[in-house]
Design a protein around this ligand. Structure first.
Ligand SMILES: NC(=O)C1=CN([C@@H]2O[C@H](COP(=O)(O)OP(=O)(O)OC[C@H]3O[C@@H](n4cnc5c(N)ncnc54)[C@H](OP(=O)(O)O)[C@@H]3O)[C@@H](O)[C@H]2O)[C@@H](O)CC1
Ligand SMILES: Nc1ncnc2c1ncn2[C@@H]1O[C@H](COP(=O)(O)OP(=O)(O)O)[C@@H](O)[C@H]1O
Ligand SMILES: [K+]
Length: 493
């Protein structure tokens, strides 16, 4: 379902392999043949090579045994016809069949195509390498021979060769986005529709840039599995956009609840994040020992002792939301705080130890946002982390359905799922965020967005996307190693 706030032009549709195969088969049936589509794939890819590398004189093409390799043979033939010297490294496990065989036969014997053993690949001097080893037919794990070839391609890439991958970087699991080893692609030219695995876990690590070529495939009017939010969207949407004629009430109120003994910083950071992401007013309900630190850190936040005040007293007006969990802990105090929260009906963000308490005794709210990392997701679904990582969109959707909540399943990119079926992947890897406290900052930002936006899903998308974008800007200025998560808050516009 497209988003109301975010225009469709910023949402890149992503498909699973079954969806791509269905469109491929329907297109073959419509056209009455499959080889023309392979020709179009090769032509599209060769066009991209010429646009990026107009002075190319030599080309190395690494071909596998399936149709991905078939695409590679087409490119080899087109380049040779164009006067380019081509070396093909063939890694097929067995003789080719079908379209791949036709493509090989068309190219084989061309005077400008030399077929070499893959053992010689590491000595190749071509400035451009085409990776046509494995496409959507890849089944992990990689065989030894493919590992060796991918290693050689990456070595040439490290020495300065420009690598273009056909359909996907070979070795990447397009379902999960996991890879033990894959081709480092400068460009991926992906066919029919973009694949979800390019955007999850290791996917973005191996895809420097992705372009999609539809190849005149039939439109099955099928909903994509998910969307990827183009970071350019954020140039048009600041987290909680200021209006000229507005006042603090316009932007709502956030109460952050957490910070047991030893974890005061988590709640302090979350409250500062809510304030800096644009909430009109922010309260912090925490252990009394943290009040002084909270007020010194940010006097804009109304810090109160959880011992002396109840949560209800911190609420203000209709746009009040709760952020429960940063540093909440698992003590008797934490439990009593959680029980208080359960009796309230305000829109609520549950993070960190709040998710632990939620797993023990759930809440039902119209607007609930959960922000688990894969470990917390595994606990909520009673699965192990490995299983969660094999299918992040599914895990996010399962939690969304079970708790009737919007879910941000956090990682190098994050998956946002809504119980109504909407799924969005946001962000790019930013290892500056791989530090304790990054999640606390996110939860406060989600609180601010939830107080501002009508739709909890859009609030979650905006917060997760801005958290990532600001972290990129922050790390560019301060450095991936030195940046502290709360510093990203100064890069929110
Ligand atoms: N007209 C068309 O058909 C069009 C097709 N298109 C293109 O086809 C691609 C899909 O082709 P596909 O279905 O043949 O699968 P593909 O990705 O080549 O993989 C199969 C090969 O990989 C091998 N292999 C697998 N796992 C392995 C492992 N772990 N370790 C080692 N080897 C492994 C497997 O070996 P085998 O199991 O047979 O020994 C077999 O040789 C798609 O991505 C797109 O590029 C587009 O051009 C559009 C038009
Ligand atoms: N390598 C990375 N690239 C991009 N984002 C990351 C990376 N590592 C962590 N993050 C982000 O940082 C946050 C970490 O949250 P979490 O694990 O809950 O940390 P904590 O509880 O310590 O604050 C999440 O928003 C996650 O998406
Ligand atoms: K490939």
């Amino acid at each position: 379902m497209p988003s109301v706030l975010l225009p469709q032009r910023f949402l890149r549709p992503l498909f699973d392999i079954a969806g791509i195969r269905a469109r491929e088969q329907a297109s073959f049936a419509h056209e009455g043949a499959s080889f023309p589509m392979m020709l179009r794939a090769g032509q599209a890819l060769y066009g991209h090579i010429l646009r990026r590398q107009p002075n190319i004189a030599q080309l190395a093409v690494v071909v596998g045994g399936g149709n991905n390799g078939g695409d590679g043979w087409i490119v080899a033939y087109l380049a040779a016809q164009d006067g380019i010297q081509v070396r093909v490294y063939d890694v097929a496990n067995s003789p080719r069949k079908g379209d791949a065989k036709l493509a090989e036969e068309q190219a084989m014997g061309h005077p400008r195509i030399e077929v070499r053993s893959f053992h010689e690949l590491e000595y190749d001097s071509a400035a451009v390498i085409v990776d046509a080893l494995l496409g959507i037919g890849f089944q992990a794990p990689l065989s030894d021979m493919y590992e060796q070839v991918i290693g050689a391609v990456n070595q040439l890439s490290a020495q300065g060769a420009w690598v273009v991958s056909v359909d996907c970087p070979s070795g990447l699991d397009l379902h999960s986005g996991q890879a033990t080893l894959a081709v480092q692609a400068d460009l991926v030219v992906t066919f029919i529709g973009d694949k979800i695995g390019h955007y999850l876990q290791d996917g973005p690590v191996y895809c420097h840039e992705i372009v999609t070529e539809n190849l005149q495939a039939v439109d099955l009017s099928e909903q994509p599995q998910a969307y990827f939010l183009e970071p350019a969207a954020l140039d048009h949407f600041p987290p909680c956009q200021r209006r000229l004629n507005s006042h603090k009430g316009t932007y709502g109120h956030v109460t952050v609840i957490g910070g047991d003994h030893g974890f005061g910083g988590a709640a302090i950071m979350a409250s500062e994040a809510a304030a800096k992401a644009g909430a009109g007013t922010v309260s912090l309900l925490t252990q009394e020992t943290h009040l002084m630190a909270a007020l010194v850190r940010n006097p804009n936040v109304m810090a109160v002792s959880a011992e002396l005040a109840d949560i209800r007293a911190t609420l203000r007006g209709e746009q009040s939301v709760l952020v429960v969990g940063p540093g909440l802990g698992r003590s008797a105090w934490s439990k009593s705080v959680w029980q208080q929260c359960q009796s309230l009906s305000q829109p609520t963000v549950v993070d960190a130890d709040g998710l632990y308490w939620l797993g023990l005794s759930s809440v039902q709210l119209d607007q609930l946002v959960l922000t688990p990392h894969p470990g917390e997701a595994a606990r909520l679904l009673e699965k192990d982390v490995k299983e969660i990582l094999q299918d992040l969109p599914r895990a996010a959707s399962e939690i969304a359905n079970r708790y009737q909540a919007v879910v941000i399943l956090k990682g190098a990119t994050s998956v946002v799922a809504s119980p109504d079926g909407r799924l969005m992947i946001v962000g790019k890897p930013c290892p500056g965020l791989a530090k304790g406290g990054s999640g606390d900052v996110l939860s406060g930002m989600v609180g601010a967005c939830l107080a501002f936006y009508q739709d909890a899903y859009e609030a979650a998308v905006m917060a997760a996307a801005w958290h990532n974008k600001a972290a990129q800007a922050c790390s560019a200025k301060i450095g991936m190693v030195a940046m502290q998560p709360y510093q990203l808050l100064d890069y929110l516009e």
